[in-house]
Design a protein around this ligand. Structure first.
Ligand code: ASP
Length: 342
C-alpha cells in the first residue's frame, strides 16, 4: 500500500521537520505533497481549471462573510454557467450531436443533503435547480423533462442556451459528424484531449467555510457532440462530486464514463479517510483507473481535486495540463496538477 516517493518528494520528505516525519511514521499512508503549499485553515474554496478563479472569487464573497460553504459553491458555480464564452458549462456550452445544449449539475452539503439534475435543457443555472431539488423535494435526482417542469413550476425561465459560436462549432463538427465525443476533433492535431480545450472545462468546486463545514457543487454541459441523453459523471453524487464532512470533499473533470467506473470522487474521499493527503488520494484514484482500464485510458483525460478537514488540498490528473484554482485567506492562486502521463 505504501507508495514509493519520487526523488523530489524524497528530498522534501528528508527536509521535513521531525514532527511531520513522526506523523508519517504513525500513518504509513500519509505522504508529503512536494509542490503543494501548506495553506491550512479556513475558509477555502478550490475549483477545477484556472479560469474558475472568477468562480472562486464569487464563492469567496460568501465565505469571507462567514457564509455557509453550500451557499458559496452554489454562487460560485453560477459564474461559468452564465458565461457564454465557457463552452463546457451552462450558457454557451457545446451542444449534443443533434444540436441541443443539455446540462448536468449537482450539489452536496456537510449533512449529506444533495440534489442533482441531469439532461436539462433551457435552464441557464442548473446548479440552482439542483439546490432546489435538494432543498424542496424528498428526492436526489431529477432528469430531463421532469427536471424542466420542476424548474418552470418554481419560477425558472426557459432560455436559449445555444450561442451562435457554439452553433458554429457544432456545424463544423457536422461536416464529418465523426462520433467520438471523448476526443474533440480539432484537438486531435495537437494530440491533446478534451480537458485541455481552452484550458478549462466542467466546473467542480469544493469549499470549507469558517465553521469548518464542507460542501461541493459541479456543473457541465458534458461532452461536446455527445449522444442525445448521454450523462457523464458530473451530476452523479459519488462520481463527479462527493462530500463527507468528517473527512473531506472531492470533485472531478474529464471523461465522465471513466470517472463513473471507479466512483471517482467517493473513492478519493475514502482514500483520504485512510490517511492519504488530498494529492495522494487523487493520484491513487487515477492509478486505480489505470489498473482497471490500462491502455484504454492512455489518451483520455481524468482529473480530481480534493480538500480535507484541515483545509489541505491537492489535485492529480491522468494527462498533463490540468490546472485548478484555490482561493483562501492568502488570496487566489492557480496550480498545475501533477499527472501520470506527460
Ligand atoms: N466530466 C464531464 C462529463 O463527462 C466532462 C468534462 O469534465 O470534460 O460530462
Amino acid at each position: 500500500m505504501h507508495e514509493t516517493l519520487h526523488m523530489s518528494d524524497r528530498r522534501i520528505f528528508l527536509r521535513s521537520s521531525l514532527l511531520s516525519s513522526l506523523a508519517l511514521l504513525v500513518n504509513k499512508n500519509a505522504t508529503a505533497d512536494a509542490h503543494m503549499p501548506s495553506i491550512k485553515g479556513k475558509p477555502i474554496v478550490i475549483s477545477t481549471w484556472a479560469p474558475n478563479e472568477k468562480a472562486n472569487a464569487e464563492a469567496w464573497k460568501v465565505l469571507e462573510q462567514g457564509g455557509k460553504s453550500v451557499d458559496a459553491v452554489e454562487a460560485g458555480v453560477q459564474i461559468p454557467e452564465g458565461d457564454p464564452e465557457d463552452q463546457s458549462v451552462g450558457y454557451g456550452g457545446l451542444p449534443d450531436r443533434d444540436g441541443f445544449v443539455t446540462l448536468d449539475a449537482c450539489i452536496m452539503n456537510e449533512k449529506g443533503d444533495c440534489g442533482s439534475v441531469m439532461f436539462v435543457e433551457s435552464i441557464m443555472h442548473p446548479i440552482k435547480l439542483a439546490r432546489l431539488v435538494m432543498d424542496k423535494t424528498p428526492h436526489v435526482q431529477l432528469v430531463g423533462e421532469g427536471a424542466l417542469q420542476f424548474a418552470l413550476a418554481n419560477g425558472f425561465k426557459k432560455e436559449q442556451l445555444l450561442t451562435p459560436e457554439a452553433e458554429k462549432e457544432w456545424k463544423k463538427w457536422l461536416k464529418e459528424a465523426k462520433y467520438d465525443p471523448m476526443i474533440i476533433p480539432d484537438l486531435l492535431e495537437n494530440k491533446t484531449q478534451r480537458g485541455q480545450q481552452n484550458n478549462h472545462d466542467t466546473i467542480g468546486m469544493i469549499a470549507m467555510d469558517a465553521n469548518g463545514d464542507l460542501s461541493g457543487a459541479c456543473s457541465t454541459s458534458g461532452m461536446a457532440f455527445k449522444m442525445r441523453g448521454r450523462v457523464g459523471d458530473s451530476p452523479i453524487i459519488g462520481a463527479g462530486l462527493f462530500v463527507d464532512n468528517e473527512v473531506g470533499a472531492a470533485t472531478s473533470t474529464g471523461v465522465g464514463e471513466e470517472v463513473v467506473r471507479i466512483c471517482g470522487s467517493h473513492t478519493v474521499v475514502e482514500l483520504m479517510r485512510q490517511g492519504n493527503s488530498p494529492e495522494q488520494a487523487c493520484k491513487k484514484a487515477i492509478q486505480r483507473l489505470i489498473k482497471l482500464r490500462g491502455d484504454k485510458v492512455k489518451e483520455l483525460q481524468v482529473c480530481f481535486i480534493a480538500i480535507n478537514k484541515k483545509g489541505e488540498f491537492g489535485g492529480y490528473a491522468l494527462q498533463k495540463g490540468f490546472t485548478f484554482a484555490v482561493h483562501s485567506n492568502n488570496g487566489s492562486k492557480v496550480y498545475t496538477a501533477k499527472s501520470i502521463y506527460q
